[in-house]
Design a protein. Sequence first.
Length: 443
Amino acid sequence: MNYFDFIKSIIREGNAEPLKGLKVVEITHFVFGPNIGRYLALLGAEVIKVEPPGEGDRFRQAAVWGRFYKLANPYFLIQNANKYFIATDARKKEGREIIYKLIKDADIFIENLRAGLAEAMGVGYFQLHKINPRLIYVSCSGYGQFGPLSKFPSFDVAAQGVAGVAKTTGWSDVDEFYKLPDYFGDYLPSLIAVVAILVALIYRKKSGQGQYIDISQTESLLRFYYELTYYTLTGKEIGKTGNVDPSASPSGIFKTKDGKYIAIAVLNDEQSKALARATGIEELEKTTHLERLEPKTIETLNEKLAKWVSTKTLDEILNIAAIQGFPAAPVLNDVEVTFDKWKWERGTVEIINDRLYGRVAVVNFPALFSKIRPRTKWLGRPVGYHNRLVLKKLGYSAQEIEALINREVIGFWDNMIGAMPPPTWDPEKDPVFKGEKDELDYV
């Protein structure tokens, strides 16, 4: 058996969930905070999401282009996979008592409210640390919990702006700047937060002590902003580079003869010579890598490469690249990404059959393991969907739960799109909603 077949054979040999047994409580909304809990849940942690009754997490109503699926925001369903949902009013003493009971044996608490708001609500670090000294408390915000910007609200594009990321997007000759697509300013910081939590868990195992973690969107993005170091060393700005990689030449995204797009980036002299053999561009063979990184040279080479690419189809260029040995890759659209065979073969994308929402394609954890199997077990649920299940686990009787419902200490969804169940859902036929079974019984 060769190396490649061996690696393929050992991937997902096991089904281990390394965070199984860990309990996470989150009061989060939109993307930054919820995505942290999502990754912990994919790794086996029990994640309980606390929302206000009614509309719940406001991201439920923020469907892309206003497009919902079975009355739900598809983005929300994925962001909150594998979680349990309880809706209680933290402004009421009995609502806070429910949260405090959840915290007593919790390992991690996550909040991404406005700086200081959790403390004002009675669920800040000082309050929860007294209840559970081993708790790892995570605050996520745009600019951190202290400093001149700490009280300002933040969101993805704001974080990209303050971190300087947005200033580097676009073309040098166009006086416009662009946000990186999707929610880069949420996803990257949330992954950094997951790493910080795992580090804190290791520290707790050694010391027995929990701790407080302050994660800032803007500071997380700044960790990848090498322009700062470049400027302090050279006194010059890198500036906007468009589709060009300033460390590779030629490089960019080019339009093919058949109207498709291809990405090409030459990173060394060997690749440059290979591209020269394919294209006949003499400068590629006669220049060194450093010479090719001169801005004017990059511009000249890119113009000549774009002209050559325009005379070939995408498939022709990919075949030539494979033969000659220079990097080239197709630029795929949504349909092509979804049905790209290698993603399905590797398990990057797979179909799950959710009890409420049916067959759905999901993107898995961004790493493959030989012994660990992160996976999406179920999608996000309506507001308060697991009220009875979670409260029963806390020791509340059926009568006590109904009394809490009647006093509006806990609640469910309003008749608001994004917060409510699918139109075909029947509460009388759902034992999980009634607290009689766990979601895990159906996995």
